[in-house]
Design a protein around this ligand. Structure first.
Ligand code: P5A
Length: 436
């Protein structure tokens, strides 16, 4: 993208309404704009980050065998009356009437809709287990939308739903999702810790929240430092082995970790003092096992091994995809701006032409732009060098390629790594190789 004609409206001033770093930086770097309370438009740079996060979430869901589908945002009220949640959900639910006066709603979650789809087509226990997911916009009319995309009213969620014949199977699905989540957050450069959680309006009796540590988080959290040392990358743990999943689950649940709602001072006292960690956390995911809470009232049954109909055991698994954009920034920024992890950065590099009109600068920039193409944001604006440096730091691309007249005359550029601030003068080939 050429910045001179890109829609990247950066702000010099700190917007008064933004209380936390990620909100301020998302506005200042031109990632999003609010269109009504808690509802945001994703501008080109922000959308690229959102898409990158979505891709990683999708790849890790696919890797444990979950199947992607896409359900609508608008749902009929009848389904929610069947499950009994239509009244319970209260004012958080946006209720709509269509022209025929039919009651509809903008989905805050999809347990009812997936149960309806499954009951129409799954007939036998032989077709189980199944895990289905989609990545779709949700609406919750939050009392206090705040902190930008962190607590929005319209937000993007990855929600998955598992169906198993019995409890033993449901536990395996639950553990698979937990594994997929730990891998997802690790790839996003985040340290996430699963913590036992309340189930709220989703219901059920087994639930974990995935919390990442950030000083501006909404919950106070307590955990054992042992979590900081575990590597979840693909390979070591097979999602197809129930034994591997059990070992992994035990590793995740034997060390102490709790939000203040579930904090137990007696158990905490047993954690060695040097391993106790406390801080604030952001909930980026939440998983639930709720058995037959939806299948039973909605009449979803399959033929069991003995031919008798049984209500399958289900669970649901959410990741706050749009919230993650804010969470990544909370975990990775400095006084000058965002520091994107390579895996989610909107562009791999910013290319700064310090002297437009200088033949060597223009030629080198065009060459690099031609070779890196879609991976680079070319700052070809008629601005002062200082403005370009400040904007590149603010937008937080992992690399900056700085092309100035002195270096250019000798065929050299300056390569800066945003995370460390380290600068080096290198040849064009070296710069290209390092960025790729
Ligand atoms: C699980 C999937 C559910 O809705 N049903 C389907 C279950 N869980 S949840 O905990 O309520 O939401 C899942 C994740 O969505 C994010 N989230 C939000 N993000 C931005 N703004 C909001 N208002 C918001 N509400 C929930 C969180 O990351 C949460 O863990």
């Amino acid at each position: 993208m050429r910045l001179s004609h890109g829609f990247v409206p950066t702000l010099k001033e700190t917007p008064a309404e933004a209380q936390i770093a990620s909100h301020r930086l998302m506005l200042r770097a031109g990632l999003v704009r609010q269109t009504s309370a808690g509802i945001y438009a994703w501008l080109p740079l922000g959308l690229r980050v959102l898409r990158n996060i979505e891709r990683i979430v999708r790849e890790e869901q696919d890797a444990v065998g979950a199947q992607e589908l896409l359900m609508p945002t608008i749902q009929p009220a009848e389904l929610w009356k069947e499950s009994g949640r239509y009244e319970d959900y209260g004012k958080e639910m946006l209720r709509i009437r269509d022209r025929h006066d039919r009651e509809m709603l903008y989905g805050p979650t999809n347990e009812e809709m997936i149960t309806d789809l499954l009951r129409q087509s799954l007939k036998s226990y032989r077709e189980l287990p199944q895990i289905l997911y989609h990545i779709q916009w949700k609406f919750r009319d939050e009392v206090r939308p705040r902190f930008g995309v962190m607590r929005g009213r319209e937000f993007l969620m990855k929600d998955a739903y598992s169906v198993d014949l019995d409890y033993a199977g449901a536990v395996v699905s639950y553990r698979k999702m937990m594994l997929a989540y730990m891998r997802t957050f690790q790839r996003l450069g985040l340290k996430a810790i699963p913590m036992v959680a309340d189930t709220g309006p989703i219901g059920g009796d087994l639930s974990h929240e995935f919390i990442i540590l950030a000083p501006t988080g909404e919950s106070q959290v307590y955990y054992d430092a042992a979590f900081e040392e575990i590597d979840y990358s693909s390979g070591a743990i097979s999602h197809e082995s129930a034994e591997d999943l059990q070992r992994f689950f035990e590793q995740m649940t034997t060390h102490y970790a709790a939000t203040d709602e579930k904090h137990d001072p007696n158990a905490w006292a047993e954690v060695a003092t040097e391993r106790r960690r406390e801080g604030r956390g952001i909930e980026v995911g939440h998983i639930f096992y709720f058995g037959t809470k939806y299948s039973a009232p909605m009449g979803f049954k399959v033929a069991g091994p003995d031919g008798k109909p049984v209500a399958p055991e289900m669970g649901s698994y959410g990741v706050g995809v749009s919230r993650l954009v804010g969470a990544v920034i909370e975990a990775s920024h400095d006084a000058d701006g965002i520091i994107w992890p390579d895996s989610v950065a909107p562009f791999k590099a910013a290319l700064l032409n310090l002297k437009r009109g200088d033949a060597a600068c223009d030629r080198i920039c065009e060459e690099i732009y031609g070779k890196l193409g879609g991976d680079v944001l070319y700052d070809d604006r008629e601005d002062r060098a200082g403005v370009k440096f400040a904007d590149a730091d603010l937008m937080g691309h992992p690399w900056q390629v700085v092309v100035g007249p002195r270096g250019a005359a000798a065929g050299k550029v300056e390569l800066k790594r945003r995370a460390t601030g380290q600068r080096e003068e290198v040849s064009i080939e070296d710069a290209l190789a390092r960025i790729a």
